[in-house]
Design a protein around this ligand. Structure first.
Ligand code: G6P
Ligand code: MG
Length: 222
């Protein structure tokens, strides 16, 4: 039996992608860079500064800004994003997640958070989930972002388990790669084609139950 489940936040526990998009779009307008929803997909799981770098790269403007100027722009986006996420409530939990977290606790399975978002503690608070997690990795302590496995390995270290005893759940391609390279069982939520590297993909969190996770674990380990 697995000993822990490590969750991504954005797109797995709640859907913040739309808020990120609105905030980046506003910054993009100021810079004269138009952002599309399909490009926004590529920013899933990508940290704040790297997201800005990719946005500037759309117009080959990456080198037009110093690191200090990029930090100011990223803060501007974040200030707006933070005002947007104030509206998140426990009703914004994705389907099935509340029951899954309860069932994991009931069965003494540890629960960790591996999100690149520096706003994760605030979002968990808005969702009423601050006490639902046994550990949260602080992304400020990481040297590499996803797809590097560091964040998932660190979550396991913080829970005092080995990655082979854990399941990771992600909605982003880069996140699934990170889970795989951490040597954990990977579960994707979303498009089966995009997430084909995952050991198992659910089209929606509504189907992500404790029973299903046990089933997948048995298939993989016996
Ligand atoms: C998650 C989201 C990304 C976001 C990143 C950093 O991984 O999927 O879209 O850029 O977190 O979020 P932050 O709240 O720190 O700007
Ligand atoms: Mg995500």
């Amino acid at each position: 039996m697995f000993k822990a489940v490590i969750f991504d936040l954005d797109g797995v526990i709640t859907d913040t992608a739309a808020f990120h998009f609105v905030a980046w779009k506003k910054l993009g307008e100021k810079l004269g860079i138009e952002l599309t929803e399909s490009f926004n997909e590529e920013l899933k799981g990508v940290d704040r500064i790297e997201s800005l770098r990719r946005i500037l790269a759309l117009r080959n403007q990456e080198l037009d800004f110093s690191n200090e100027e990029k930090a100011v722009l990223a803060t501007e986006k974040n200030d707006y994003y933070v005002t947007l996420i104030q509206q998140i409530t426990p009703n914004d939990l994705l389907p099935g997640i509340s029951d899954l977290l309860k069932d994991l606790k009931k069965n003494h399975i540890k629960v960790g958070l591996a999100s690149a978002s520096k706003n994760a503690p605030m979002i968990l608070n808005q969702l009423g989930l601050t006490n639902a997690f046994d550990t949260i990795v602080d992304p400020a302590t990481l040297s590499k972002g996803k797809p590097d496995p560091e964040i998932f390995v660190k979550a396991c270290e913080q829970l005092l388990i080995t990655p082979s005893e854990a399941i990771g759940i992600e909605d982003a391609y880069s996140g699934v790669q990170a889970i795989n390279d951490a040597n954990m069982l990977s579960v994707g939520v979303g498009d089966a084609e995009t997430l084909s590297a995952a050991d198992y993909v659910f089209s929606t969190t509504a189907n992500l139950t404790f029973e299903e996770l046990m089933h997948i674990w048995e298939l993989k380990n016996y």
